[in-house]
Design a binder for this molecule. Structure first.
Ligand SMILES: *[C@@H]1O[C@H](CO)[C@@H](O)[C@H](O)[C@H]1NC(C)=O
Length: 211
C-alpha cells in the first residue's frame, strides 16, 4: 500500500465510524436499566390541539429506522400507572407555568431550557419527602383515567408541599376538563417512577443534570 492509500483508507474508516455514532440512538445505563436516549425535537405539542388530542401524536410507521420507531412509540400519557411505579402521595395539586418562567431550571445543566411541550415540573424546596431534582414522577388523575410521566427539574417559589407546577403539555393531559383554563386541578395521585425506557430529550431534558 502506498502511503496515500493508507491515509485514504484510515480516513474512510474514521468517517464511517463517526457517521454510525451520530446515527445511532444513544444508549445509557441508569439504575441497571438500558435507556434509549433520543431527541424528537418537538416534545409533546398536543396541548395546542385542545381536549380531543390523540393518544399518540406520532403514528407507528413500520420499516423505519430505530430512531423513528423510538419516537413513534413514545406515548404522552397512559391510562394507569406503570407496573413498576410506587404509590407516593394522594391529593396532589397541579398548576401550569410557561415560556420564560421555564428557562434555566434550578436543576438544569446550564444549557437546556424546557419548553411548553416538555414534560417537566417544579416543586417547593421545602417539601419533605417530596421529589428530588431530576427524579421522575407519574401523576394520575383518576377522574379522566390519565397518567403523565414528568421529570422534576425546577423549584417553585409559590408552591407548598403536595403541589406540582407543570408545563402546559403535561397539565392539559391531566386537567379534568382537558383545558388549560382549568388552571388548578386537585386530587391527583403521585407515584415514584423509574426513568423511561425511551428518553426523549425534548420531553425530559438531558440525562445528566447539574445536581
Ligand atoms: C408557551 O406558552 C405561552 C403561554 O401560553 C405562550 O405565550 C407562548 O407563545 C408559548 N410558546 C411557544 C413557543 O409556543
Amino acid at each position: 500500500m502506498t502511503r496515500f492509500t493508507q491515509i485514504a483508507l484510515f480516513a474512510l474508516v474514521a468517517l464511517s465510524a463517526l457517521f454510525s455514532v451520530v446515527r445511532a440512538d444513544e444508549e445509557v445505563q441508569i439504575d441497571g436499566k438500558t435507556v434509549k436516549v433520543f431527541d424528537s425535537g418537538v416534545g409533546d405539542q398536543d396541548y395546542a390541539k385542545g381536549a380531543g388530542e390523540s393518544h399518540d401524536s406520532f403514528k407507528f410507521l413500520a420499516g423505519k429506522t430505530n430512531h423513528r420507531m423510538a419516537i413513534n412509540r413514545v406515548k404522552h400519557y397512559t391510562v394507569k400507572p406503570d407496573a413498576t411505579d410506587k404509590f407516593w402521595k394522594d391529593n396532589i395539586k397541579i398548576t401550569w407555568y410557561a415560556s420564560n418562567d421555564l428557562k434555566a431550571p434550578a436543576c438544569g445543566d446550564g444549557t437546556w431550557d424546557p419548553e411548553n411541550s416538555s414534560h417537566i415540573g417544579a416543586t417547593s424546596v421545602g417539601w419533605t419527602n417530596g421529589p428530588k431534582c431530576g427524579e421522575f414522577v407519574r401523576l394520575c388523575n383518576s377522574k379522566v383515567s390519565r397518567c403523565v410521566h414528568v421529570r422534576i427539574v425546577d423549584q417553585c417559589a409559590g408552591c407548598n408541599d403536595d403541589h406540582v407546577d407543570l408545563t402546559k403539555s403535561a397539565f392539559q393531559k391531566l386537567a379534568t376538563t382537558g383545558s388549560l383554563e382549568e388552571g388548578i386541578t386537585t386530587h391527583l395521585k403521585m407515584y415514584r417512577s423509574e426513568v423511561p425506557d425511551l428518553w426523549d430529550k425534548a420531553l425530559f431534558g438531558p440525562v445528566k443534570l447539574r445536581n
